[in-house]
Design a protein around this ligand. Structure first.
Ligand SMILES: [Zn+2]
Length: 86
C-alpha cells in the first residue's frame, strides 16, 4: 500500500517511458522494505509514478540512487551492531 505513505518530491512534464505519452510524471518517495544480504531493511525509496497507467516505474538514475541508499542503510546498521557488541 505505497499510496498511503507516498511523498511527492517532484512533478515534471516529460515523455513518460511507461505509457509513451507526454504528461506530468511524479517522483515519489516512500518507505520500502528490502532484503539485502539476508537483512530486512526499511529504506526511503524513490520511484516515478505514471498516473495514466497507474504504474510505478524506475529510471536508471533512480535505480542507482535507490541501490546506494540501500547499501548505506545496510552499512550503518552493521556499524551500529558492531558498536553495540563492543
Ligand atoms: Zn505515463
Amino acid at each position: 500500500m505505497k499510496v498511503l505513505t507516498d511523498k511527492i518530491i517532484k512533478t515534471e512534464v516529460m515523455l513518460c517511458p511507461c505509457c509513451m505519452e507526454t504528461h506530468e510524471v511524479q517522483t515519489v518517495e516512500y518507505m520500502d522494505k528490502t532484503v539485502y544480504n539476508g537483512v530486512e531493511l526499511g529504506t526511503d525509496t524513490i520511484s516515478c509514478y505514471c498516473s495514466l497507467a497507474d504504474t510505478y516505474f524506475e529510471v536508471d538514475e533512480i535505480i542507482s540512487r535507490n541501490y546506494r541508499v540501500l547499501v548505506e542503510t545496510y552499512q550503518k546498521l552493521m556499524e551500529n551492531k558492531n558498536e553495540a557488541g563492543n
